[in-house]
Design a protein around this ligand. Structure first.
Ligand code: GLY
Length: 584
């Protein structure tokens, strides 16, 4: 009996050792597991253009193939989006561009719209001082003085290598020959056709064939031509920038605006100038983030959020986990509270940029943060410094064969801007005036609250969230990225960069990954629907976060290019839109 017991013990002992060995071997195996295989997007050797429309990306890539540089290509892409993406294409709007030349030189240009000289701080308020519904969002008074043509000519003059007439030629052909509309576009035209008719007092190019009542209906794949826009672009190609700001086009534009009850004058157009500005630069671990300065809030907010996250091990927390969502949300909350107080047109305000993006300030702002529970926005005000934006924007990213990189975000603000369509010129006018604080303390169309720094003043630029961004890693060009999305732009760009920097994703994966957003007020975290597990959302709710998932929510359409270690370019074209990467 005893003998048997001893033998059993011996056997058990051997089994125990064997099991221990097995566990050790398998745990060694776990440590050595192969790195996750990255699902790459479009790859190319030397040229990559990623934009909201295939036609625009192709035109830009052709310019590069024919020897043009990224700055020539950006003008062609921007103008082609006017034709094929009137949703946000910007002849009647404005934008921002950040660049990094092959030699490492960086810069940015602001061609944001401006308030007309006749604008007043109370122009959208009734006698009781309350905002009049949609006056700043729709129709003639919503329109800011357009900056796009000034921006394109300034870029061409300083950085381009081709004459404007040559750059615009394929765009003019596109307007003449037309483009095939996609299902997304068809749905949008159908949705907005009655609004176009109502705002314009008649049918326009983009309502005919799209209304319920139309017998001859336009379908997906049908071509839309815009010969009037082709003529406008031809006059600009022939006569230069002054055609838009002083010539026949200017006169037609002003007559149109006046006839509809707007206040933009020839003097407003003549006075418009794009401005070169020094980009905001900041670091996050081993990357350098080059962003757009005010009047965009993008560069400052992005830098602030990165600085608040930097002391924490985001990699260890994991991608889209309760901890990483909490961290990002709390940093966003604090940065957006500052945005609303401090930021506005730098030509009208002293903005304490250096303090706002400093490490010391970030650490003071995060002192109240705890993983245990949400910090209510009601308890977060703007920070104390001593001494002292639409969903319907569009972004594109280009890297050329010479090593130049550009990130450009442009907008009409809302979908088709003010919905006013200048039928004699062939484009929509922006509704950018809504990006001002129409009444300080009242939310704009993105729910953003503004303060005096962003109040309406004649000739002032309205605050933006557009965040065209270039990232260096170890001193070399690494990524160019940006997105539309109004107030959600900054947080979408942030998450895309983090996805690559901390979570080892490729450009396409990073762009496609589910996103969430918080902007201080309203105090709610918005999640893309059905993309985050119930367990995560419940856990966040238990910590005091109000969460919202809506089917209509699209948090940006990010377009980016990543430079891989061997120099190959990876395009990331957001799956949420018709966005297309074209590379060679
Ligand atoms: N219009 C949106 C923005 O500039 O942020």
């Amino acid at each position: 009996m005893i003998k048997i017991t001893l033998t059993t013990f011996k056997i058990t002992n051997h089994w125990f050792l064997f099991l221990l060995l097995l566990i050790l071997v398998s745990s060694c195996k776990t440590e050595q597991k192969a790195p996750r295989e990255i699902q790459r997007g479009k790859l190319a050797d030397s040229i990559m253009v990623v934009s909201a429309r295939e036609e625009a990306s192709r035109i830009g890539a052709e310019i590069l193939k024919n020897g043009g540089n990224a700055f020539d290509a950006l003008i062609a892409v921007d103008m082609a989006l006017n034709v094929a993406y009137p949703f946000a294409g910007s002849l009647g709007g404005g934008g921002f561009m950040v660049y990094r030349k092959a030699n490492g030189e960086i810069g940015s240009i602001d061609y944001r719209e401006k308030a007309p000289m006749g604008a007043t701080h109370d122009m959208y308020l009734d006698k009781e001082g309350n905002p009049i519904d949609s006056l700043s969002r729709q129709g003639p008074l919503a329109v800011g003085v357009p900056g796009s043509i000034s921006g394109m000519f300034a870029i061409n003059e300083k950085l381009g290598s081709m004459p404007m007439s040559e750059i615009l030629e394929p765009v003019i052909q596109l307007a003449k020959n037309g483009y095939a509309i996609t299902e997304n576009q068809l749905n949008r035209f159908q949705k907005y056709a009655p609004v176009f008719d109502q705002v314009n007092g008649k049918e326009v190019l983009y309502s005919i064939g799209f209304r319920e009542s139309d017998t001859l209906k336009i379908e997906t794949g049908n071509f839309i031509k815009n010969p009037v826009l082709a003529e406008t672009l031809q006059r600009i190609a022939d006569n230069g920038k002054s055609e838009f700001y002083e010539g026949e086009t200017a006169q037609l534009l002003v007559d149109f605006i006046e006839a509809h009850g707007g206040i933009i004058t020839l003097e407003d157009l003549k006075n418009y100038e794009a401005v070169w500005r020094n980009p905001i630069t900041s670091t996050y671990k081993n990357i350098k983030v080059i962003g757009m300065p005010p009047p965009s809030s993008g560069g400052v907010c992005l830098a602030q959020i990165f600085k608040m996250l930097e002391p924490y091990d985001m990699q260890e927390f994991g991608h889209n986990t309760v901890k990483s969502i909490q961290m990002i949300t709390e940093a966003e909350r604090r940065a957006y509270a500052d945005r609303s107080f401090f930021l506005g047109d730098p030509d009208f305000n002293d903005i304490p940029i250096d303090s706002l993006i400093s490490k010391a300030y970030a650490s003071r702002r995060m002192q109240s943060f705890s993983f245990d529970k949400a910090t209510p926005s009601a308890e977060i005000n703007h920070g104390v410094i001593s001494g002292y934006e639409s969903m319907e924007t569009t972004h594109f990213s280009i890297i050329d064969q010479y090593g130049n990189a550009v990130a450009l975000t442009t907008t009409l603000n809302g979908a088709y801007g003010s919905k006013l369509y200048v039928d004699e010129l062939g484009f929509f006018l922006n509704n950018e005036m809504d990006d001002f604080s129409v009444k300080p303390g009242e939310p704009n169309m993105f729910g953003l609250i503004g303060a005096a720094a962003n109040k309406i003043e004649p000739q002032k630029r309205m605050l933006s969230s557009m965040t065209p961004t270039i990232v260096e890693k170890d001193g070399k060009l690494w990524m160019t990225v940006g997105t539309p999305g109004g107030s959600t732009i900054i947080t979408s760009v942030l998450q895309t960069i983090l996805n690559v920097a901390d979570y080892n994703m490729g450009m396409q994966e990073a762009v496609d990954a589910p996103r969430f957003h918080h902007q201080w007020l309203p105090d709610v975290v918005i999640f893309e629907p059905d993309a985050f597990g119930e367990e995560i959302l419940n856990s966040l709710q238990n910590k005091g976060y109000e969460i919202r998932q809506e089917n209509s929510v699209i948090l940006g359409k990010v377009d980016g290019v990543l430079v891989l270690p061997d120099g190959t370019l990876e395009g990331g074209a957001d799956r949420r839109g018709d966005d297309t990467a074209v590379g060679f």
